[in-house]
Design a binder for this molecule. Structure first.
Ligand SMILES: O=C(O)CCC(=O)C(=O)O
Length: 332
């Protein structure tokens, strides 16, 4: 039995770690699982877990790169100057909830967006032609909040409902440290539910979806081992709770978002004079197959940025809206 901790160096070949979680809900697949079974489970439930998708060495590389990015060694992040000389990694990492678009400053993060096992699973559920438009690197140090119920297509709209998240666990993700929760099957109505400000300090600055015909009781915790990838549909209701694990621990994950190359990506404001029906945001990377719109070319618009966690206000993410008393990362 392995005694490795989440931060210990990867071991050599052989059983890499204890199986975690010991009791899994349905939907945990190995990389060589029957694609028809994977596709059928995903169609019904809107998510799946690809276990051991990233090797211990790949996970260790993502972990090391996360620290370099947070220290400012991959370029200055807006609102976050370089770490002070001599400042410990823990002191630096503890500041961060999440960095958006890390693949724009880091070859390691870019390689993860193209990683073979993940792309293979994505082609199983999306189709042969896949592009990536977004990445988010969650550090989620102890005490940081989660994200309220939401659907990712509310933020990143596709025209064929093909938006798919690939949530790569860099640390073991548990209920205690704020793993992902999903409502299985909630993608199937194909409805984008209304959103509102939640006022709940358990969650960050992003709004919450409400008015949907599902309850919290139907949600399941997607606890996964480091190296697993949770793949989920852009209409699936999902959330995470605060990291309540001890100080000095993290729930790091890299979330990349993908869609079919056949769909336009009407994300953001169309240029002046362009009809939204023709708008196709081209800051994308083709990760599998062919892009029928390759003739349009590609652009590099998004830059890495730090996501507000709410502790210092929500600023450009909706201003400083009131929180309810009695809520907080330590509360329920
Ligand atoms: O990792 C998390 O805590 C939340 C991730 C999430 O909600 C997303 O990727 O859309």
């Amino acid at each position: 039995m392995s005694t490795a901790t989440p931060d210990s160096p990867p071991t050599a070949a052989g059983p890499r770690r204890d199986r975690f979680p010991a009791v899994r809900p349905p939907g945990y697949f190995a990389a060589d699982a029957d694609p028809a079974a994977v596709r059928a489970f995903y169609a019904e439930h809107g998510y799946l877990v690809l276990e051991d998708a990233f090797s211990p060495a790949e996970v260790a590389a993502l972990k090391a790169e996360t620290t370099l990015i947070c220290r400012g060694d991959r370029g200055e992040l807006p609102d976050h100057p370089h770490a002070a000389a001599g400042e410990s990694d823990d002191s630096v990492l503890a500041r961060f909830l999440c960095i958006h678009f890390p693949h724009k400053c880091s070859p390691v993060m870019l390689a993860a967006a193209r990683q073979g096992a993940t792309i293979s699973a994505l082609t199983t559920v999306i189709g042969p032609n896949v592009k990536c438009m977004q990445s988010m690197l969650f550090i989620k140090s102890a005490g940081k909040p989660g994200q309220a119920w939401h659907q990712d297509e509310d933020y990143i709209p596709t025209r064929d409902r093909s938006l798919t998240g690939a949530w790569i666990a860099i640390d073991r993700a548990t209920v205690e440290n704020g793993c992902l929760w999903v409502i299985p099957g909630s993608h199937r109505p194909g409805v984008l539910w209304p959103q509102r400000w939640h006022g709940d300090r358990r969650f960050d600055c992003a709004e919450e979806s409400h008015g949907f015909p599902f309850t919290d009781d139907q949600a399941i915790a997607v606890e996964v081992e480091a190296g697993a990838v949770v793949i989920f549909n852009g209409y699936l209701l999902h959330r995470s709770l605060p990291n309540r694990a001890p100080a000095g621990t993290y729930r790091r994950s890299l979330v990349n978002h993908y869609m079919s190359c056949e769909s336009h990506l009407p994300w953001g404001q169309p240029p002046a004079g362009e009809h939204v029906a023709h708008f196709d945001f081209r800051d994308v990377i083709v990760v599998a197959g062919q892009d029928p719109y390759a003739w349009k070319g590609y652009v590099d618009v998004h830059k890495p940025s730090v996501r507000p966690s709410g502790e210092g206000g929500c600023g450009k993410w909706g201003g400083d809206r009131p929180y309810q008393e009695g809520t907080g990362p330590g509360g329920q």
